[in-house]
Design a protein around this ligand. Sequence first.
Ligand code: GRF
Length: 207
Amino acid sequence: MSVPYIRPRRGSKEDPLRIGILISGGGSGLSALIKYQLSNPSSHKTELIISDNATAKGLKFGADFDIPAMAIELPEINDKSKRRIKHEELIHDKLIQSRIELVVLSGYMRILSPKFVKKWKGRLINIHPSLLPKYPGAYAHRDALDDGAKITGCTVHLVDEGVDTGEILAQSEVPIFDSDTIEILQERVKKAEHLLYPKVLDDYCSK
Ligand code: GRF
C-alpha cells in the first residue's frame, strides 16, 4: 500500500507540506531545518520527528519547538529481516496517522528497505555528506580523507532502492584542508548541509 490519504500536492507558504523527519543522532540538521521553517515563509513544516533510538539527542528538539517527537525502536523479533520490516511498518503507520506528506531523512542511519521506499517514492529525501556518487555509505568523511580528496560536500537526493543512489536534487561543495580530521571535516560539511537542505526542500515542495 502506498501513501493512501492524499494525492501529491504542491506546498505553499500558506499551506506548507507536512514533513516527518527521521533522525538517529544529534539532530543538528533537524534543528537547522526547523529554525529555517520558523524564520522564513516556507513550503514545508515539520509535524513529526521520529528517531530509531530513544537515546538520540535530537529528540529534544521536539520539546524545544513543540513538535511531536518519539523514538520507534527495533521491535524484539528474532528474525532480522522480519524485525526490520516490522520496524518500518511501525514508522510508516505513525507517518500515516500524522498525515505526513514528505519524509525527510536527516542523519537517519538505517538503510530503508525497498518495500518502505516504494511506498514513499518521490516523497522520501535524504542528505548525504559527500558529493555523490563519490563516497556513498556510512563513512563518507573517512573515505574522502583516505582518498586524499581536496573537495567534498553534501548532496540532497531522492531515496531509491539503492544506497545513496537516488536522483540528485542539489549539491554544495566544501573544501578539505590537510590538517582536517574526520570530526573537523564533518562539522564543516554540516554547516553546508544546514544551508542547503532547507532551501532544496522548499524548492522541491513547491513544485
Ligand atoms: C549529517 O552529516 C548527515 O548528512 C549524515 O549524518 C549527519 C547527521 O548529523 N547522514 P546531525 O544528527 O543532523 O547532527
